[in-house]
Ligand binder design. Structure first.
Ligand code: ZN
Ligand code: ZN
Length: 118
């Protein structure tokens, strides 16, 4: 809940407020994930800390060039992730994607990567 609010706040400042929000959950049911992203090209994927599965976020992994692991300010790498989307009016077609995380250790929330869909 806090994470969704933070993504909403961030997206409003960005000029493309989110219309849709969904938490990232591994197929094994685990929500404690590691986040990897490319803030330049715009893309992200996560790895489940329980089963090791890789989760491609919004089919963006193929666009990534430099992969950077996102850590919380407290150095923790296990986070709950959520994806917010701003969509074109009257569609579900995304125009801007935001990936936020809530630290499993210190509870800090933030948007770690966002990109415009083209
Ligand atoms: Zn898993
Ligand atoms: Zn933390």
């Amino acid at each position: 809940m806090r994470l969704e609010k933070e993504i909403l706040r961030y997206s409003r400042l960005n000029g493309y407020p989110i219309d849709e929000y969904a938490p990232v959950v591994c197929s094994c049911g685990c929500r404690e994930l590691q986040l990897f992203s490319d803030d330049t090209e715009g893309g992200a994927f996560s790895i489940c800390t329980k089963c090791g599965s890789e989760i491609d976020i919004e089919n963006s992994k193929g666009y990534m060039e430099d992969t950077f692991q996102n850590l919380c300010q407290c150095d923790n790498d296990r986070m709950e992730l959520g994806v917010g989307k701003s969509v074109y009016p009257n569609t579900h077609e995304a125009r801007w994607i935001y990936v936020g995380a809530q630290c499993g250790k210190c509870n800090l929330v933030g948007v770690y990567v966002d990109w415009k869909e083209s």
